[in-house]
Structures are given as structure tokens and as C-alpha cells.
Design a binder for this molecule. Sequence first.
Ligand code: EPU
Length: 302
Amino acid sequence: MRINDSAIVERLKELGVELRAAVSLKEKTSLGIGGTTDELLLHRYDTIPQVMRLLADAGIPHRFLGGGTNVLIADGELPWVVLHLPVAHPGMRAEGNSAFVDASADLGGMVTFCAKHDLGGMEGLIGVPGSVGGALRMNAGAYGTQIGPWVREVELYRAASGEVETVRGKEIRFDYRHTSFAPDDVMLRVKLELPSKPYKEILAGIKMCNEKRRASQPLNQKSAGCIFKNPPGGSAGRMIDELKLKGHRVGDAEVSDRHANFFVNLADATCDDMQRLIDDVRERVRAAYGAELENEVIFWRN
Ligand code: EPU
């Protein structure tokens, strides 16, 4: 989608928004898949409600893209523009047992920043790619750690009210890879409360998680992490592996030979290739186990 109206372009500039025309989202996602659209870089937090109102009034559909590490985006010309939050440096502050972090910050960067301030508990999240905002929305987790339990407050833009609001941790439901945030809530900042732990101890935990991850996941290939959620009490990766589907391919989309719940883009996979591979594997698991695998990766269809 293109924003061509010069009055809108001018007003966006006044609101501190940088407009980049016809950007390929292939370059913006860890899967290396995605079509083309205009990209809006918001350089200021305070104008977000005005920017959102302007887009709504002009009838310009939009989506917020965070780290792009858990999303499968349609190919071709996309019918919505993509927004990015302002990146602050470093966008993190520690105060006693609290950490205040911008949603656009890198998740791994947040874990190491907290570690340097002797704040632990999040070691398992090291190596989970993506932004803090994406991790909050999905309640990202690994190796027995999820972000949810550490959250005390979230500042967000609530599309339903058109306002920036602060929500207390207790008011948010954090489930397995799911939260009670509305789909159009935009995470802006988070306050975490973390246990004190010596830096060296946290570092040892980080090292252990990194080693486990390196040993079991295809980290040097283009992927969106796990494609399916684990069914209750089961493991999607083990089921797919047992069906001998490692290496199973549609076009350039392939079930990783390292971890069967990671689907990788070998070179030029399209969204359609990936989607067909996902549907095919889901169907085979349903036929063999009677289990319905739910997507973990988020689909942005056009
Ligand atoms: N397994 C196989 N074959 C495979 C993959 C796994 O037999 O190809 C077996 C393993 O041997 C193990 C079991 O399945 O006994 C579970 O595997 P693993 O420890 O790798 O964990 P997972 O359940 O597949 C989950 C998360 C990962 C997270 C890891 C580590 C989900 C869907 N996945 O994977 O998160 O990194 O645990 O805690 O919850 C993600 O969310 O994108 C993600 C990758």
C-alpha cells in the first residue's frame, strides 16, 4: 500500500514520522518472507495517538511490526502499511529490583542489561529472538521461564480508547504463548520486578540455555522459531519428528532437520510454500495422532 496524498505525508512529517516507500518485508522478518508496503517509522512516542487518528481518518489500514521473528507475512503488494515504534538507546533503566524497558528494545539485550544490574529470573529467555513488545504480547518463554510473571505494569496504546494507558500486571492474563491484550493494543513500555541475583550466577544460567538452544535448534537458518504450540501434555516437535517429516519440503520451505517444529526458509520460500507446508504437517499429525496443532507463528494475510 502506498501513501501518496501529499497532505497526509506532510502531516506525518510534522508528527515525527519517517515514511519509507515500497519496503520489502522480507528484509524485516526472521523467516525472510513477506510482501511490499510503505513503512512508517515513528520517532516519537508522544504523537502515537495523533498518528493513529490520522491513519484512521484517512482510511489507511496499518499493522505494528516488532522484531518480525514470529510472523508469517503474505507475498506481493500488501493492503496495509507497517508501523515501527521509536527505538530509544538503550531504552532500559534499572531501579532497585525494577527494570523499565521500551517495547522496541531487543529481548536478549534486556536480559543481559538486567543481569548486569544483578537482576535475574529471565535467563531462559536469552536467545529468544525479537522485541520486548512482541515477547509481552505473546508471553514469550523458553526453558521454564516466561516473561509474564515478572511484569508489574505495561504502558500501551489502546486502540479502543485512542489513548495511552497503564495497565497493572495483575490485570493482564498471561497464558502459554497467549495474553489477554486486545489484538490492536500496542505495547509501549514495561515495568518488570525481578529477583536479585549475582551477575556471575545469572551468566552461568544464560550460558547453559544458550548451549541447549545451540544443540537443538537451527539458529543459523531463517525461521520463526516454533511453528506450532505444543498440545497440552505433548510436544509438537517430537510428533513431527516421529512421523519422519524432518527434511519434508514445499518449494523452499522445509521442516528443519535439527528441530522438527522449526520450519526454515532455505532460500526463496514464499508465504504460500510455508503455508502449504504448515497445513500439510498439521494434517499428517491430525491423521496420525488425532491432535489438532495450533499455530504459534502469527499469520499476516492480505
Ligand atoms: N524433540 C524431538 N525431535 C525434535 C524436536 C524435539 O524428539 O525434532 C523432543 C525433544 O527431544 C524433547 C521434546 O521433544 O524431548 C521437547 O523438545 P524441546 O526441548 O526442544 O522443546 P519444545 O517443546 O519443542 C519449547 C518451546 C520453544 C523453546 C523450547 C525450550 C513451544 C512451541 N516451543 O520447544 O520455543 O525454545 O521449548 O524451552 O513451546 C518458540 O516459542 O518459538 C520456541 C522455539
